[in-house]
Design a protein around this ligand. Structure first.
Ligand code: GFB
Length: 323
């Protein structure tokens, strides 16, 4: 991928899309096209087609598609599934018709069956029922993987797929209801600390295990596979190898925030997939390594949350003053 190549990151404002744009800029790729707010409406086929005709991207990192934590997936399965299906179909088809050299589709670890041998290998995809709390979204992500494979088979398109571990990071969704576990707990535990609450509710039993990857490391892995991996028939896992229980995760977050209250596990709330650790040995064998320790990534994410809180409080003050 040449430094001046025309690169498009659909979903440029998502957690992963923003990290990708930051990583591309850091590595001095100067040819980004369609960056927000200039990104086309990915749910509109004519807008996507017109954009590809005008901008003629050569490489596409497909990070688009609404996502959310376990609660968001329970509340809005249709919204999440439709947004991901429409955006991936429009972008993948336009990429083929407008001669994109290579496309990387970013899927999700929930694409694996609920009960899957651990660590999860791509051979296990579609070998069993999905986790019910996110089966709609997961089906859309599996459809994206399969559509890339179909374009590769039918048209010889160099469209590869990456399956990331649970990503978190600077541009995360910190909303307690919609966010994934790390941003949601950072926000909840921070609030408990500020308001001196005696305890914080943690959903589920704390027993499920998750493999996490810092979004900036995931972005680096995406650039790596875009340049080094060409097996369009076989998705590649994008993991950093850190797998810990939700209880351990919550305890680490409590430490980062400096909260001294209790963590109250609420087993009436869903656990989701019991285990979600990835076998990323193909990526590791190719020489990629994550650069950010989990502790450092948690700290950076917490700082980003606090900065966002300060900004929204100032805006709040500003808005009140303007009224
Ligand atoms: O990150 P999370 O929402 O998504 O939940 P999944 C991970 C685990 O953390 C679950 C527990 O066992 C939750 O019950 N948890 C505890 C919490 N407290 C909280 C909390 O306050 N908020 C949240 N969100 N979780 C998602 C899929 O599954 O993984 C998405 O639903 C996507 O579709 C994503 O695939 C990568 O890891 O369970």
């Amino acid at each position: 991928m040449e430094k001046h190549a025309r690169i498009f990151v659909p979903g440029g404002d998502t957690l992963i899309g923003a990290a990708l744009r930051r990583r591309l800029a850091f590595q001095r790729f100067t040819g980004l096209v369609g960056t927000p707010p200039g990104e086309p409406d990915l749910c509109s086929a004519p807008e996507v087609d017109d954009f590809f005709r005008r901008a003629r991207p050569e490489y596409v990192f497909l990070a688009a598609g609404k996502s959310g934590g376990i609660r968001a997936n329970q509340l809005f399965p249709a919204d999440l599934m439709l947004d991901n299906l429409l955006s991936e179909c429009h972008v993948i088809d336009a990429a083929h018709r407008h001669g994109v050299k290579k496309l990387l589709y970013i899927a999700s670890s929930c694409s694996y069956p609920k009960h899957c041998p651990q660590p999860m290998r791509v051979e296990s995809l579609m070998t069993g029922p999905l986790e019910p709390t996110n089966d709609a979204y997961a089906t859309a992500k599996i459809a994206g993987i399969t559509l890339c494979q179909a374009y590769a088979r039918q048209h010889g398109a160099n469209f590869i797929s990456g399956i990331p571990a649970n990503a978190f990071g600077l541009e995360d969704d910190f909303s307690p209801e919609g966010g994934h576990v790390i941003p949601a707990l950072l926000a909840k535990i921070h609030k408990a600390k500020v308001e001196s609450l005696p305890s914080v509710p943690i959903w589920g039993t704390g027993a499920p295990r998750r493999e996490f990857i810092f979004a900036d490391d995931l972005a680096d892995a995406c650039l790596f596979v875009m340049q080094e991996y060409d097996d369009a028939a076989t998705p590649i896992n994008l993991g950093a190898g850190e797998d810990l229980s939700i209880r351990e995760t919550a305890e680490l977050i409590r430490e980062v925030v400096g909260y001294t209250g209790e963590l109250a596990f609420d087993s009436t709330k869903p656990d989701g997939m019991p285990l979600k650790s990835l076998d990323s040995s193909p990526l590791i064998r190719m020489g990629w390594r994550a650069q950010t320790s989990f502790a450092k990534a948690l700290l950076l994410t917490y700082e980003a949350f606090q900065n966002e809180l300060r900004k929204s409080t100032q805006e709040g003050i500003h808005v009140r003053a303007a009224v």
